[in-house]
Design a protein around this ligand. Sequence first.
Ligand code: TXA
Ligand code: MG
Length: 349
Amino acid sequence: MDTKIIDFYGDIDGHNKCVENIKNNEVVVFPTETVYGIGANALSREGILKIFKVKNRAKDNPLIVHICDPNDISRYAKNVNDYVYKLIDRFWPGPLTIILNKRGIIPNEVTGGMNTVALRMPNHKIALDLIRESGCPIAAPSANISGRPSGTNAKRCFDDLCGKVGFIIDGDQSDIGIESTVIDCTSAYPILLRPGYITVDSIREVIPEACIYDKINEKFVGDNPISPGLKYKHYAPQGDMVILKGNIFSIENYIKDIGSKYKTIGILCIDEHYDFYKSLNKNLNLDLRVIVLGSKYNKLEISRNLFECLRKFDDLRCDFIISECFYEDFSNAVMNRLLKAASYNMISL
Ligand code: TXA
Ligand code: MG
């Protein structure tokens, strides 16, 4: 299959073909404010099965259904708790996915057989126009091959999905860069299942009883996690990865100890530490590749760059990757993704 990257508002023919594809139960890659998604008509089994196939995704890992109007929740969900409307008022359109009891119109293939459905109204003009013009909700997981870092620009989606999808709609670099916060709203109070840009503290400003699922950052061991996404390998770059919790001097010593074992070592650090690692590179006679995640003063920059940086280490063929520990709070969304990328390999120095 030929894969085209298109400009949604500049290429009228491409635009119409994308809308037609969704209507015809084909998949289309589109941008959102969090990460890119591989979308198909959420009401069509045929379309949904194509998403699982293209992504090589486990069938029991349910998809998020994207809608363009908050009023649509009553079409797809039932027994909606009153507090849900407060969350929607405050956070939609935006990076918050809400788990509700599903109605029969949502195929079981979307929800991995569960009787709940994940709904989100993205804050992105292209995504909203695509949903509206297609006339159906769009189910979409992140646009990457399962296990890889999520795609946050059209080029990275192309790298993973070239030949497997007809169209990738270009929407520049995703603003937020990590996937939406997922919150289970089927109980008397909300439970945060996946951290994202919207934090539990900001949710508590609306619903003070909101809590965090207590196993959110535990390496998965059992069979039945509350959210199936918790049990799969995620975001992994090709080289082995470790998160080092310690100051730059202890990290320097660590690099001196292990450096000779690897050909090319990647370092993921804050902007403020770049010069330090660069000078190490000169002094140690190792092949260190230093990549800056962002400034410690700019949280959005740090989340926006995360997946792109993880993919750069693959471009540089790093066989070992050392990441600084960017936040002390491990329920922080960036740390949650990093821990998964490193298969929970973290060392306190
Ligand atoms: O920002 C995002 O959420 C992006 C963009 C494209 O919207 N999408 C995304 O989808 O990250 P995906 O499939 O990569 O992650 C969906 C997560 C998974 O962890 C899945 O297990 C969870 O949502 N999920 C979906 N439906 C669920 C349900 N009914 N109950 C519990 N967890 C659910
Ligand atoms: Mg994903």
